[in-house]
Design a protein around this ligand. Structure first.
Ligand code: COA
Length: 185
């Protein structure tokens, strides 16, 4: 019988390790690269105008400074190359606060498990922090990779919903990660 104990399964762990670091002023280029790209914004209603970038960037920095919003730059370990962003915030919906997460990985780094790993790290931080409760996500119905990321992170698809994003009405899947499931609170 063949001894398989020394065989390493390349799919058993992500080929790239990532870390999350707080978004800072110098990360403006990431917001610009992601939000003005027709490719990156294909499932989010198309690119945003360049003129919107300063305001978006400023709101991210302000939200971070006030600890209202978590906005992280996703970096490759150990070299620190910035490859995307991931965030968590709360909105009042029907009189109650609802926590929502969103993510983007630069096109050239996609398909390597980085968004899934970044979301795993974000959930671990949220668990440690304890304030976020259930976490919701709204990928467009046609956004195969983003729906896959939700599924792989243990979110449950609770149905379709029309979501208003940057003035666009988007047909989205509504995914929820139950607070009890990830240990928050
Ligand atoms: C969504 C996004 C962040 C995913 O990043 P990523 O690092 O490539 O994601 P991962 O590699 O961790 O996982 C992607 C998964 O989607 C799967 N996938 C890719 N294309 C797919 C498709 N068309 N249909 C279904 N699944 C698909 C991959 O196979 C992979 O799953 P697997 O690891 O089980 O094979 C990236 O595509 C992106 O930035 N898109 C633009 C911005 C965006 O739409 N953000 C989401 C807003 S809700």
């Amino acid at each position: 019988m063949t001894d398989t104990s020394a065989i390493v399964d390349p799919m058993a762990s992500p080929p790239f390790a990532v870390r999350l670091r707080p978004y800072v002023d110098a990360d403006r280029w990431l917001t610009e690269t992601i939000e003005t790209s027709p490719v990156m914004m294909a499932d989010l209603g198309g690119p945003l105008p360049e003129a919107d970038i300063p305001g978006i960037h400023a709101r991210r920095l302000e939200g971070m400074a006030a600890d209202r919003l978590w906005y992280f730059t996703v970096e490759l370990e150990p070299e620190g190359t910035a490859v995307g962003t991931i965030c968590l915030w709360s909105d009042a919906v029907a009189g109650e606060l609802r926590s929502e997460a969103g993510w983007a990985i630069l096109h050239e780094y996609q398909g390597r498990g980085l968004a899934t790993e970044a979301l795993r790290l974000l959930i671990a931080k949220a668990r440690e922090d304890g304030r976020w409760g259930d976490i919701h996500a709204f990928p467009g119905v046609s956004n195969g990779p983003s729906n896959a990321v939700c599924r792989k992170a243990g979110f449950e698809n609770v149905g379709e919903e029309t979501v208003l994003y940057a003035g666009r009405r988007l047909a989205c899947n509504h995914w929820v990660l139950d607070a009890d499931g990830y240990g928050a609170g």
